[in-house]
Design a protein around this ligand. Structure first.
Ligand SMILES: C[S@@+](CC[C@H](N)C(=O)[O-])C[C@H]1O[C@@H](n2cnc3c(N)ncnc32)[C@H](O)[C@@H]1O
Length: 195
């Protein structure tokens, strides 16, 4: 997990990123692989009292940091449910089908990408959406933040097309690719209402 200072410099306004990806008031959303919660707290702000956030990570220390961050931001109890588990156990932990699954800065490193996409597909409600936010496929030395090369190793990075190659075969449809400057893109996929 990146150091908070440069992460904040790279993502100074997480709420605007999430809104550009179509997340809105009242959405039930999963922050899958939430890390220390840089996006989780903003998700809770956006979905408001009517929505719910399930924040999932397999690292208890990260979840603890994310909870502290949310508490400091004044997120009331009940808006966020914290779950320590593997992302591939998503179906087991969701009692109701969410509207939206958000995965940021993690999909590129997932060993079984298509399996994860299928798990998300099976968990989402019909008409629900998956967003994957990734670093662009650029050499790591070109993606500097606060003067240092940042992000995953160059050979781990994915183009939007290689993400689509993993995700579309499980049944999703492409909704759109959104530029998230300076170094990221987001891809939003739709789960068809009738499959
Ligand atoms: C680079 S961080 C990204 C955190 C957050 N999504 C963000 O963009 O700020 C990756 C996170 O994914 C978590 N992670 C990696 N593999 C996972 C898995 N299979 N299941 C759940 N969490 C996982 C790690 O513990 C880490 O906290």
């Amino acid at each position: 997990m990146p150091d908070a200072d440069w992460w904040k410099a790279l993502w100074p306004d997480p709420e605007s990123v999430l809104r550009r990806l179509g997340i809105d008031f009242g959405t039930t959303v999963v922050d899958l692989c939430c890390g220390d919660g840089h996006f989780t707290t903003s998700l809770a702000h956006i979905v408001g009292g009517m929505g719910r956030v399930t924040a999932v990570d397999l690292d208890a220390e990260m979840l603890e940091k994310a909870q502290v961050r949310a508490h400091r931001a004044g997120i009331t109890n009940g808006t966020i449910r914290w779950v320590e588990c593997d992302a591939c156990s998503l179906q087991d932990i969701m009692t109701t089908a969410p509207d939206y699954v958000f995965i940021a800065n993690t999909f590129h490193g997932c060993p079984e990408k298509q399996k994860l996409a299928l798990d998300v597909f099976n968990t989402l409600k019909p008409g629900g959406q998956l967003a994957i936010v990734n670093w662009h496929f650029r050499p790591k030395e070109d993606t500097t933040v606060l003067g240092q090369p940042r992000g995953p190793a160059t050979d781990l990075r994915m183009t939007p097309e290689t993400v689509m190659d993993e995700v579309l075969p499980v049944g999703f449809r492409l909704h759109g690719v959104i530029e998230l400057p300076p170094y990221h893109y987001g891809i939003v996929f739709d789960k068809p209402k009738v499959s």
